[in-house]
Design a protein around this ligand. Structure first.
Ligand code: NAD
Length: 253
């Protein structure tokens, strides 16, 4: 039996990951706003520290894996919350439990997004990667939800690529999945949004495989990447999006 920690395990993709790991006989420590083994609001520093302390208390022997899955979609206001949870919390909790992962040569799977490839490396991304949370949050308030969401996932993907080689040298595999549109409470909120709903619906209708994804289809890949079957994967960002990224960016990979 392995021990995993997972943020955002109460619903959607996180709940599917938790269920698959538990069904395989593993122990999963869930951090979420409510309904978690550790209840913490990851949007602020105190909540992130509570999450780190809670995981440490429940797994002093170390972690076999960590999945920072908690995230907010582009319909959320204020836009700064998206940067706080999707980027700053994911990085802070990962760094806060790294020594637990080092103890057991654990593996990390982050949850990026295929939308990360839809924006460039701009000032917002640079501020996030520079750890300037206040400035990044101020800047994004004057933009829009898509820029906040895609930018947060772009920064997370860059952070992963910059850190994966060093983590690998220490024996910790750092990888990510980049889901496309998946049927979860997050995407339902976007579909119901007066500004973003139609664009999201059209996006869902254009998935090459013919349908939007299910949380279990992301969890299948996450569980593979956590497992020993993926023992030579490090620094990989795997698109699990029904062919959307290949359709939109055929010559970039
Ligand atoms: P979801 O809304 O079902 O789940 C998100 C989880 O994060 C919830 O359990 C929620 O309570 C938790 N969370 C949100 N804010 C939090 C906070 N401040 N503190 C602690 N926990 C918090 O959404 P989902 O679609 O399952 O999203 C999971 C991950 O997948 C996110 O990182 C999301 O960006 C990513 N993703 C989703 C899609 C999609 O189409 N659904 C596509 C690409 C990437």
């Amino acid at each position: 039996m392995a021990t995993y920690a997972l943020t955002g395990g109460a619903t959607g993709i996180g709940a599917a990951i938790k269920n698959q790991l538990c069904d395989a006989g593993h122990r999963v420590i869930v951090v979420d706003l409510a309904d978690g083994d550790v209840c913490a609001d990851l949007s602020d520093l105190a909540g992130r520290q509570k999450a780190i302390d809670g995981i440490r208390a429940l797994a002093p022997e170390g972690l076999d894996g960590f999945i920072p899955c908690a995230g907010l979609g582009p319909s959320v206001r204020p836009f700064s919350l998206i940067a706080k949870v999707n980027f700053f919390a994911a990085v802070a909790v990962t760094e806060g439990v790294l020594d637990l992962l080092l103890k057991r040569k654990g593996s990390i799977v982050m949850i990026a997004s295929n939308s990360a490839a839809m924006v460039g490396h701009d000032e917002f991304v640079d501020l996030m990667l520079g750890g300037q949370e206040v400035a990044a949050c101020e800047l994004i308030e004057n933009k829009d939800g898509h820029s906040a969401y895609a930018g947060s996932k772009h920064a997370l993907s860059c952070w992963l690529r910059r850190n994966a080689p060093d983590y690998a040298r220490q024996g910790v595999r750092l990888n990510a999945v980049a889901p496309g549109i998946i049927d979860t409470p997050l995407s339902k909120k976007v579909l119901a949004d007066k500004d973003l709903g139609q664009v999201m619906k059209d996006f869902g209708d254009s998935v090459p495989l013919g349908a939007i994804g299910k949380p279990e289809q992301i969890a299948d890949v996450v569980c593979f990447m956590l497992s020993g079957k993926a023992s030579f994967m490090a620094g990989s960002i795997v698109f699990v999006d029904g062919g959307h990224d290949a359709m939109l960016r055929p010559d970039q990979f």
